[in-house]
Design a protein around this ligand. Structure first.
Ligand code: F6P
Length: 363
């Protein structure tokens, strides 16, 4: 009998744990369901260009602890709006989704496991609506996907940011300085919030709570009165002042998300020096948050997601995404995951706990 054949791809920005999902999904597909697995190279670009590799238990052996993705990824290539020419400033796009579907059909691939964030899962949903069986796996360090409590990769990023805060603490204290750490997270403040609490920050600035520099001044002044001559400020890249906007580093029209955030850390540091009058330094943590080995929590979550994605596929539970709820792996409609971003609830217990231990949100 002909074996069932499925495809896997990783889309959007990479994050720690992608390889653990690829490994778990491949092993489950081959061992439990006797399927054949094809991995597309560089995400949806590989699907359009028909660039793939065979995945089997040997090909995925020993990769669970490795960061990045053995398949490669891009955050530019959307088959429904594919770059076919033009220039960086004036790109020309075309819908090449039918070509991608022809590629699948030619190889006899039934459908795909898409490991991605909101951009990639949106594309998965569009293919599903065109009749391609799809199962999504929620990936992003930003933790901003609805319909799941946690995305894999998030806790590793929090770990990296917390480690940076621990290091900044010692030098801030020696020099009696304010230290600003800018972290990623796009339009959500999850990384800043969690790392800020774990790393005992004094101020956490997140997009969900616009800040006032005078409130930060009061907090730093209050610390001085109590003999603390240094302060640690964590700033999410999407944070903004009450009377201002997010700081955009660059607009990239050819990308899934044309807005490249970055630079708010410098603004906050400059304002602290000018308004508060404390010597300040800034660290932008950047892609360190996306690189390196996943922590054990993410390896386990990624493994559970990979296995569940194949179980769902085998059952014909298409147009869905695997998700974590009450520490159980469940399955939710793809549309639930992509209709809105999951932002930090400003009245939630995590913010409440942070405030209770004296952390200021600059509001
Ligand atoms: O979505 C993950 C993320 O790391 C965001 O936190 C950040 O804004 C963005 O991707 C950076 O993407 P790029 O890989 O284009 O620099």
């Amino acid at each position: 009998m002909k074996k069932r054949r499925i495809g896997i791809l990783t889309g959007g920005g990479d994050c720690p744990g992608l390889n653990a999902v690829i490994r778990a999904a491949t092993k489950t597909a081959v061992s439990d369901y006797g399927m054949e697995v094809v991995g597309y190279i560089d995400g949806f670009k590989g699907l359009v260009e028909n660039h793939f590799m065979r995945l089997d238990p040997k090909a995925v052996s020993g990769i669970s602890h490795r960061g990045g993705t053995i398949l490669g990824t891009t955050n530019r290539d959307n088959p429904f709006r594919y770059l076919v020419g033009g220039t960086l400033e004036n790109p020309i796009f075309d819908d090449v989704s039918d070509k991608a579907i022809e590629n699948l059909n030619r190889l006899g691939i039934e459908g795909l496991i898409i490991i991605g964030g909101d951009g990639s899962l949106n594309i998965a949903d569009q293919f599903y609506k065109k009749g391609v069986p799809m199962v999504g796996v929620p990936k992003t360090i930003d933790n901003d996907l609805s319909a799941t409590e946690v995305t894999f990769g998030f806790n590793t990023a929090v770990n990296t940011a917390t480690d940076a805060l621990d290091k900044l603490h010692t030098t801030a204290e020696s020099h009696h300085r304010a230290m600003v750490l800018e972290v990623m997270g796009r339009y959500a403040g999850w990384i800043a919030l969690h790392a800020g609490i774990a790393g005992s920050a004094d101020v956490i600035l997140i997009p969900e709570i616009p800040y006032d520099i005078n409130s930060i001044k009061s907090k730093i002044a209050d610390r001085f009165i109590h003999g603390k001559k240094f302060s640690i400020i964590v700033v999410a890249e999407g944070a903004k002042p009450k009377d201002g906007e997010m700081v955009i580093q660059k607009l990239v029209p050819s990308s899934h998300d044309p807005v490249r955030l970055g630079g708010i850390g410098n603004k906050v540091a400059q304002d602290i020096e000018e308004v508060v009058g404390v010597e300040t330094r800034v660290t932008v943590l950047g892609h360190l948050q996306r690189g390196g080995s996943p922590i054990p929590y993410d390896r386990i979550l990624a493994t559970r997601y990979g296995v569940a994605a194949i179980d769902n596929f085998a059952k014909g539970n298409f147009g869905t995404m695997v998700s974590l709820r009450d520490n159980n792996i469940e399955s939710v409609p793809l549309t639930d995951a992509i209709t809105e971003l999951k932002l930090v609830p400003v009245d939630g217990d995590v913010i409440r706990s942070a405030r209770a231990v004296g952390i200021s949100f600059g509001d």
